[in-house]
Design a protein around this ligand. Structure first.
Ligand code: ATP
Length: 259
């Protein structure tokens, strides 16, 4: 698939690639350094996600993928560098400003309330976002996008399959129609057939106009949906570019970085 803004050249590591000509990228990390207390996890990371683009952020364990995601959604303030959302510098702003600007972070895992029903899980965030009068319509929209959740509406979330729980957690964040969804390890712990389903949902979300930043340790699935790839190693961008221009498998396999 060709996204309107996909770049034409292989980017050099560390450059902000992937923006759409004539418009600001949805998200830009510029020379970001970040970490935890005295421990630094990112050392000058730069990349960009253009409108309606799908970027895969891949790399081995501990490379800094989740840390980058936390910086991108305002959960972690960089010690150096900038985070720019749709042309506005939001560095150091609280996470709710990032959310208001359209950046939504679906964290690793399922993040659902297992003792509540599917519908209750949807109603909680929707009431906060849309108010009491808008909840019903928002829930119905979620069921249109995720018909399986509609079929399971009265079931406790804890009794759903792993893939269904992942879809429920996506539905909880997506009804906002974000500009960018950051999906941290959406395939984690799921069977291959369920991973396919989750990625089909991500594809639909992207087709509806939301840009994606997909974080994966195992890159095969992410690459199918990505029109730009950023490889992180030891807190640095080591390779970045279009999947078809990069011999990612070869370079990562040769250095033993993927499975
Ligand atoms: P994984 O796929 O294992 O989650 P990752 O690429 O997402 O890896 P991060 O979770 O960003 O990597 O971690 C980057 C580095 O920061 C690692 O060395 C990790 O141990 C460290 N780190 C992550 N979270 C914390 C924390 N809360 N406190 C201290 N160090 C942390």
């Amino acid at each position: 698939m060709t996204a309107p803004g996909r770049d034409r050249h292989v980017a050099q590591p560390g450059t902000a690639a992937a923006s759409q000509p004539g418009s600001d990228p949805v998200l830009e990390l510029v020379d970001v350094h970040a970490g935890y207390e005295r421990f630094l996890a990112l050392f000058g990371v730069s990349f960009a996600v253009g409108e309606r683009q799908s970027v895969a952020l891949v790399g081995p364990n501990g490379a800094g993928k989740t840390t980058s995601a936390r910086v991108a959604s305002g959960l972690l303030e960089p010690t150096r560098g900038r985070v720019v959302v749709a042309g506005r510098d939001l560095t150091g702003q609280p996470a709710h400003r990032f959310a208001a600007a359209g950046i939504i972070h679906a964290p690793e895992g399922r993040s659902v309330f297992s003792s509540l029903t599917v519908e209750e899980n949807l109603a909680l965030p929707f009431r906060r976002i849309f108010g009491r009068s808008g909840v019903r319509e928002a829930i119905d929209r979620a069921y249109e996008v995720f018909p399986r959740l509609g079929e399971r509406r009265r079931q406790n979330a804890g009794s759903l399959s792993g893939g269904e729980q992942r879809m429920l957690s996506l539905a909880r964040v997506l009804v906002d129609e974000p500009k960018l969804l950051i999906a941290d390890e959406p395939s984690l712990g799921l069977a291959p057939i369920v991973i396919e389903e989750v990625y089909e949902v991500l594809q639909r979300i992207r087709d509806a106009g939301t840009a994606l930043l997909i974080i994966e340790q195992h890159i095969d699935q992410a690459l199918k949906l990505a029109d730009h790839v950023v490889v992180l190693e030891h807190g640095h961008v080591s390779i970045a570019g279009r999947p078809e221009d990069l011999d990612l498998h070869r370079s990562l396999t040769l250095s033993g970085k993927t499975t």
